[in-house]
Design a protein around this ligand. Structure first.
Ligand SMILES: Cc1cc2nc3c(=O)[nH]c(=O)nc-3n(C[C@H](O)[C@H](O)[C@H](O)COP(=O)(O)OP(=O)(O)OC[C@H]3O[C@@H](n4cnc5c(N)ncnc54)[C@H](O)[C@@H]3O)c2cc1C
Length: 298
């Protein structure tokens, strides 16, 4: 076993300094769930661990007066699931947090650790893609905003540089007549994390025509990265979600996803599941957008 240096950062600046000094050899410790598994399995032998647990700057949930939302990177899945502010303004995120694993993992796992792990099965990444969130990184030259749609660059790889960390997630205020929903397929819930397929949908429904005027779609578990389904969004934009539009949506989705078969499900089966989950999630988001001028209550 190699020696591992350990620093419990006392400030954001110290964490960034350590990252810079380590030149790409350090790992940030958030909830430690993924890191613990990787280290136990000897898939990762970090030479420096930088613990973020004391950084109050990275914690907390704030609903801003303009209706936008700020979630600190060290906020746990449980805190999101139980947040009254999120429940009121972004209930899709409550639906998403409820789907994550089990109590033990929700209590320790953080939204920042989850997003930075960039697991293609992760639930927060697809929700943030659909909501058009901005991920605020901090590095030696200060803050840098990265669109969630551009954050996931390859398998377990993000747009963060070696000396940056994720500070917070900023979700824009939702327009009137917005509906959003999160859907997930998993046969055994907590333990079949590697075989899940998920869809997050946020849409704006024109109050008169019923057409979808704006839409965001994220798909999980259907490729090497959490997928921003741009062509699928385009197939639905300016349409009502029925008939030809649903057929075009399915066709576009099949082009955009590339699921990987595993012990439980074949790639073809996951393709089928992705299209069913997306349609059902879209229907829920659309129905919610119709209710009370766009409140998307789960
Ligand atoms: C059995 C099991 C089931 C699970 N089921 C689900 C599920 O259903 N849905 C789901 O979405 N997730 C699931 N997860 C993942 C879990 O929810 C955690 O979010 C995830 O493992 C990482 O969170 P963490 O806070 O423990 O991160 P850590 O393990 O501490 O860190 C993960 C990675 O992110 C980096 N990192 C952490 N914080 C930052 C930061 N602020 N800036 C930059 N890099 C950072 C770390 O260096 C590390 O590389 C599951 C995990 C397990 C073990």
């Amino acid at each position: 076993m190699t020696d591992c240096r350990f620093t419990r950062a006392a400030s954001l600046g110290e964490a960034v300094d350590c990252l810079q000094q380590a030149g790409g050899e350090a790992h940030l410790l958030a909830g430690g769930i993924a890191l613990g598994i990787l280290m136990n399995e000897k898939l990762l032998e970090p030479s420096w661990l930088i613990d973020l647990s004391r950084l109050e700057d990275l914690k907390g949930i704030r609903l801003n007066p303009d209706g936008s939302l700020r979630i600190g990177a060290m906020t746990t899945h449980r805190e999101i699931e139980r947040s009254a502010e999120i429940a009121g303004a972004y209930p899709m995120l409550i639906e998403m947090a409820r789907e994550i694993a089990c109590g033990r993992i929700k209590n320790r796992g953080t939204i920042g650790g989850n997003i930075c792990l960039a697991d293609p099965q992760g639930d927060p990444p697809v929700a943030m893609i659909a909501l058009r969130a901005t991920l605020r990184a901090v590095g030696p030259s200060g803050p840098r905003d990265i669109a969630a749609t551009a954050f996931f660059t390859d398998l377990y790889t993000t747009a963060l540089t070696k000396d940056e960390l994720l500070h917070e997630i900023q979700v824009p205020a939702q327009a009137d007549h917005t509906g959003a929903a999160f859907g997930k397929f998993s046969a055994r819930r907590a333990m079949d994390y590697s075989s899940t397929v998920s869809a997050a949908v946020r849409l704006v429904r024109d109050a008169v025509s019923g057409r979808i005027s704006d839409i965001g779609i994220g798909i999980g578990g259907a490729g090497l990265i959490p997928i921003w389904a741009q062509a699928t969004e385009a197939a639905l934009r300016d349409n009502r979600p029925d008939g030809d539009a649903l057929a075009a949506m399915r066709e576009a989705l099949m082009e955009e996803i590339e699921p990987i078969g595993d012990d439980l499900y074949s790639a073809d089966y996951k393709r089928h599941v992705a299209s069913v989950i997306l349609r059902r999630t879209l229907e829920r988001a659309y129905a919610r957008a119709a209710a009370v001028g766009g409140a998307d209550k789960p």
